[in-house]
Design a binder for this molecule. Sequence first.
Ligand code: PSU
Ligand code: MN
Length: 326
Amino acid sequence: MPQGPILIADEVRDALALGGPVVALETAVLTHGLPREPATELPPVVADHPDFAVGVPLNLSLSLAMERAVRTHGAVPATIAIVDGALRVGCTRGDLERLATDRDARKASVRDLGPLCAARACAGTTVSATLVACGLAGIRHFATGGLGGVHRGFAHTLDISADLGTLSRTPTCVVSSGAKSILDLKATLEALETLGVPVIGFGTATFPEFTDGVGTLPLHATVSGAKDAAATCRAHWSLLPNVGIVLANPCPTAHALDHGGSAAMADELAAQAIASGIDGNLVTPWLLAQVAARTNGQSLDANIALLLDNARVAALVADEAATTDA
Ligand code: PSU
Ligand code: MN
């Protein structure tokens, strides 16, 4: 087991030692993805959910609800974050409460891990940094909302999320609802192909577009359910034991937004980000907040719906893998 600034919770360590199902969860969504102010009203998808209440920040409720969804579907959640300079694999409720409200919590990508641990900082981990923890701990399944990718205008900015390169060297299956149309989705799929990372549709033949639901870009592989997904992962890892997989699960239809205008809005926002001097690791959180504001909170409902569904799917696939690999 790894030594140093990585701390694996007992429950996660025990499950991994027994070959049981474990699902990693990221925390950039907690620190930078969802509102941290006390909720004044609840998105419809969680109106009757036990982890959500008026007065409780949506970001905290969401983290607790993802953990619950993982457990409900038979796996152990491992929420990953940097807390006081330690890379935690399995956070306590106290850790999540701190990260949810700490305005100084940083956003940790792969390159930030060493510096932030040395500085004893607190940070939410992006998909890429969470994948590093998965690689060290041996976690094969991970649920997130949307993958980072190739940004619009990348030819000038070279802004390509570290999520992509890290996936190409970490053997973990990331369940996500594709990526957001604030990115260049075609270029993102091309980059994943170049890196040798399979993008497998979960009951869909096209690359999902995050809160916009099913997409239009064709995928090279589709699976029909968790059993099929686990079998595909097993075949992939028997040949490419160090390479990740994207399992792409569209936002549940009842909560997905219309496509209408989102491409035009994405282009406009990308240009606005450049004009306003938003760059570096603040681009993604800024774009997501702009979309939430412009869709009057509807994108928030869709975002929460897809995050909870991805936790469910990751748990089902992890459970299937644990049963068949045993
Ligand atoms: N895309 C989303 N929601 C998110 C993110 C991406 O729709 O919260 C987060 C994820 O944690 C992802 C990170 O790993 O943003 C990508 O940031 P960057 O583009 O700076 O790599
Ligand atoms: Mn970037």
